[in-house]
Design a protein around this ligand. Structure first.
Ligand code: RNT
Ligand code: ZN
Length: 418
């Protein structure tokens, strides 16, 4: 049977539940996922005076073929994008600046250092998002940046973030779609602090200064990302969830939830509806923590499905800016992007193929038996047939055919890199 015939049969089954499958697919087409560039080169970046990765995050593995230049990274992204259905965005970090062989300090970065990325994004019809890089730098060596007690250090990082917001604004203006500029700082302490308040007060002060400079919101939208702990900041993180939730709500910024930045049994899916009652928008870094904030490639597990459901059933596809944040250097990196991003899209499709109104009514009526029965039944509905058809329609490989493409690319391109 052809993909189309399979689709027809599957569609009929979903239609019996009152689901308009074509509408679901049309909806899905319009949802951009922000794909993080840093899976392609293990968060190395292209700084001339490149430093080891720091900030309490870590990439493990030494699978061959990591991108070493902007051209290689863009080429690898193009390959991954050709295997992912839909039109998406690419998320950059400040360390991906192209400075023509010159050392440019982070507080001196300018839009021109990202001109090639913008030209590339234009050619491929991609939006761009951005992140200041407050790690892998001598000024961040002691684990503090925006909350640093030393004025000079604090000011340096304030200037860096300001420079980055301008770059975000430039992305938005050039590409006609607002960039999300997300601030994550590694600041924290390895051991029990004697004062939790002062560093937080300083972080707040720094953010106030950073946001006192207005950017055009048509082009740049700001987000702040919280965290629970990192390597070397096990006991205390300055920018905790409560800190940023408070900051974002009070100052009208987007709160960014990274799914690896909470206690192991605490889930982001359960936070989305609560936060959307108080904020028009929020942002996600979808990741997969395995025992800690390990940033494994996201799989189609219960939590990913639940995140998709919460976004779709609460009509929040326009309110939640979905970004990815994983980095695995132990497998083919183009495959990592492809697997993770396809899974994110699958979770949204699964949610769009769920009779959410019917299930809501069941709950309202107190019919928890049928709610459970139907939710379980849906897990074995012919979802794969709809997914395959969607891939075919979007002109990307179906099933494992994408993997053959990755293998060919590995043989022709990646294996030639040392
Ligand atoms: C770190 C944060 C942060 C980084 C990226 C590289 O724990 O999740 O988002 O992963 O900015
Ligand atoms: Zn993150």
């Amino acid at each position: 049977m052809s993909t189309f015939e399979n689709y027809q049969l599957a569609k009929a089954q979903y239609e019996k539940l009152g689901i308009d499958v074509d509408e679901a697919l049309n909806h899905l087409k319009q949802v951009p996922i922000s794909i993080h560039c840093w899976q392609g080169d293990d968060i190395s970046g292209f700084e001339i005076n490149q430093q080891a990765l720091s900030g309490g995050i870590d990439v493990t593995g030494n699978y061959p073929g990591k991108a070493r230049t902007p051209e290689e990274l863009r080429g690898d992204l193009e390959k991954a994008l050709s295997l992912i259905p839909g039109k998406h965005r690419v998320n950059l970090h400040a360390i991906y600046a192209e400075t023509n062989g010159q050392v440019v300090e982070r507080d001196k970065l300018e839009p021109k250092h990202f001109k090639k990325w913008v030209e590339w994004a234009k050619r491929h019809g991609l939006g761009l998002d951005f992140n200041p890089t407050l790690f892998s730098h001598p000024m961040a060596a002691d684990g503090l940046t925006l909350s640093h007690p030393n004025k000079e250090t604090q000011e340096f990082w304030i200037r860096h973030v300001l420079a980055c917001r301008k770059i975000g604004e430039y992305f938005g203006r050039e590409l006609g779609t607002p960039a999300l500029t997300n601030i994550w700082v590694p600041d924290g302490y390895k051991d029990i602090p004697s004062d939790r308040l002062t560093p937080r007060r300083r972080l707040k002060e720094s953010l106030d200064k950073i946001f006192s400079v207005q950017m055009d919101e048509k082009y740049n939208v700001d987000a702040v990302e919280s965290k629970l702990f990192g390597i070397g900041s096990e006991a205390y993180v300055v920018g905790s969830h409560e800190f940023y939730l408070g900051y974002a709500l009070k100052n009208n910024k987007l709160c960014l939830l990274d799914t690896g930045h909470f206690h192991p049994t605490e889930v982001v899916s359960n936070k989305i509806s609560a936060m959307l009652l108080f904020s028009d928008q929020l942002a996600l870094h979808v990741s997969r923590p395995v025992r800690w904030d390990s940033d494994h490639v996201i799989i189609l597990d219960d939590e990913l499905r639940e995140i998709g459901l919460e976004i779709v059933r609460n009509d929040a596809l326009n309110k939640v800016r979905i970004g990815l944040d994983f980095f695995d250097a132990s497998i083919n990196r183009v495959a990592a992007w492809t697997i993770g991003t396809r899974n994110m899209i699958k979770s949204l499709l699964y949610a769009l193929l769920t009779p959410n109104h019917y299930l809501r009514d069941l709950q309202e009526k107190g019919n928890f038996t049928e709610r459970l029965a139907l939710m379980e039944e849906l897990k074995t509905y012919p979802f794969g047939a709809i997914w395959d058809y969607y891939c075919e329609e979007m002109k990307v490989p179906t099933g494992m055919a994408w993997f053959d493409e990755v293998n060919k690319y590995e043989a022709a391109v990646l294996s030639k890199r040392d």
